[in-house]
Write a protein that binds this ligand. Structure first.
Ligand code: SDX
Length: 436
């Protein structure tokens, strides 16, 4: 029986002084109920205060559900473990966008539509040449995705459902092409056009690693691995970058600009940049016997160092994606004949020690998706600077799906949080001649 049928309270009573207000309690299908405070300021003249939104539901959504205590992640109700194996990334994209798993015919049609939007406008390639070669690929990706709104004016009218879907398909289709172009530009190699006969992941690997001088043969084990990595990163409820996309979209900004905002937010090391930071951290640790030194630094309040790839705002259990990522890591290293990767040895030992340490156990800090992804992506041939680009590539479907859900929500309004003001009270201007 869910809470809506039980005798659970239908409202919460807020009492301030000798006044009381009833605040409605809303029930979801699963997960915590919410206290509806939309009218709180009008009724009480007071705001709620929740920096970092640790206890705040910003929206209603039907896309992704996370149970942080149990380590559960559902895309439209399907456990990530069940989607990451038999299906492929475009099946997950269809599921996130349309809400149901596709039939064979629907999947074939969706694959066809995405495949035929993978090319970008030819002038985009000139856009890249304005960057220095050593520009971080994330800076190139943010800029090039934002620039898409300069090319695709026929899919920026967000009030038109058809344009919203075309923009969604275009974003999913073109993000691998732009990501590969950012990589090729950074290493001074020519751009590679997509090939329609290849699947999404194979197409991406070929656009990244093929060169004009020889045929590129896709390794099916590796393309399956990168496809699965995309599935793991596809969506994750109202994380920082998804909330950024929703807030940007709430003003009516075009979808390409909203996705560019999400990429910018994902770049931070506390979020999507953690995969790049985690691999750098493993390199800095350098050997298994230096792990205790870094564990102590992570626990030292006076040291800003944190174990990158560890901890999560929602997961207070093992991130289910991290387990699948760890298995994929071993699969990729095995396929590539990498018998002992010293960084993997450090990662496995670091995890073992941390999970037994009272500091991490007490704070429920477990490896998250970023802990093993860096080792895997490096083994696949990507430089560290491309790790967050790959995260952004995969998360684009989640961002665009959440953006679409928000735009299509009849109760949608522009997001405009308030504040607790602790600055100067009103005072009069003093002409500069009289200032001391
Ligand atoms: C992603 O939100 C999402 O869903 C994100 C994501 C997605 O798919 O979109 O899952 C992807 O961003 C995963 C997280 C990647 N980031 C990292 O791995 C960076 C390292 N992790 C931390 O910075 C931290 O754990 C966060 C940012 C992930 C979460 O921070 P919170 O929820 O604000 O937790 P907190 O900073 O309040 O930490 C609680 C306590 C603190 O100690 P006390 O003040 O209670 O003594 O835990 C400590 C923190 O100091 N702590 C860590 C730690 N993470 C938290 N101590 C050492 N190393 C860490 N990694």
């Amino acid at each position: 029986m869910d809470a809506s049928q039980s005798n659970a309270p239908k409202s919460a009573t807020l009492t301030i002084g000798d006044e009381s207000w009833e605040l409605p309690i809303l029930n979801g299908t699963i997960g915590p109920d919410v206290i509806d405070i939309a009218k709180l300021y009008g009724q009480t003249g007071k705001f709620t205060y929740d920096p970092g939104f640790t206890s705040t539901a910003s929206c209603e959504s039907q896309i992704t559900y996370i149970d942080g205590d149990e380590g559960v992640l559902l895309y439209r109700g399907y456990p990530i473990e069940q989607l990451a194996e038999p299906g492929d990334f475009l099946e997950t994209c269809y599921l996130l966008l349309y809400g149901e798993l596709p039939t064979a015919a629907q999947k074939a049609d969706f694959d066809y539509r995405v495949t035929r939007h993978t090319m970008v406008h030819e002038q985009m390639s000139r856009f890249f040449h304005g960057f220095r070669r050593d520009a971080h690929p994330m800076s190139v990706l943010v800029a090039s995705v934002g620039a898409l709104s300069a090319f695709y004016h026929d899919s920026t009218d967000i009030s038109d459902p058809q344009q919203r879907m075309i923009a969604s398909i275009r974003m999913i289709a073109k993000i691998p092409t732009l990501a590969a172009m950012a990589y090729k530009y950074s290493i001074g190699q020519p751009f590679v056009y997509p090939k329609n006969e290849l699947d999404y992941a194979s197409n991406f690997l070929r656009m990244c690693f093929s060169v004009p001088c020889e045929e590129y043969k896709v390794n099916p084990i590796l393309s399956r691995a990168i496809d699965r990595i995309f599935i793991l990163h596809a969506d994750h409820e109202q994380n920082a970058s998804t909330s950024t996309v929703r807030l940007a979209g709430s003003s009516g900004a075009n979808p390409f600009a909203c996705i560019a905002a999400g990429i910018a937010c994902l770049w931070g090391p506390a979020h999507g940049g953690a995969n790049e930071a985690a691999l750098k951290m493993l390199g800095e640790i350098g050997s298994v016997d230096r792990i205790p030194e870094f564990i102590n630094r992570a626990k030292d309040k006076n040291d800003p160092f944190r174990l990158m790839g560890f901890g999560h705002r929602v997961y207070k259990n093992y991130d289910p994606r991290a387990k699948i990522m760890q298995r994929t890591c071993h699969e990729v290293l095995g396929e590539l004949g990498i018998k002992d990767d010293p960084l993997l040895d450090i990662a496995v030992e670091l995890e073992r020690i941390a999970l037994q340490d009272e500091y991490f156990v007490e704070r429920k800090l477990y490896p998250n998706i970023d802990f093993y992804s860096g080792i895997t992506l490096r083994a696949l041939g990507f430089p560290t600077s491309m790790f967050t680009v790959l995260f952004a590539l995969a998360r684009t479907v989640g961002w665009i799906g959440q953006w679409k859900e928000m735009i299509e929500d009849p109760s949608q309004r522009i997001g405009r949080p308030r504040q607790l003001y602790t600055g100067a009270t009103q005072r009069d201007y003093i002409p500069i001649a009289r200032r001391k």
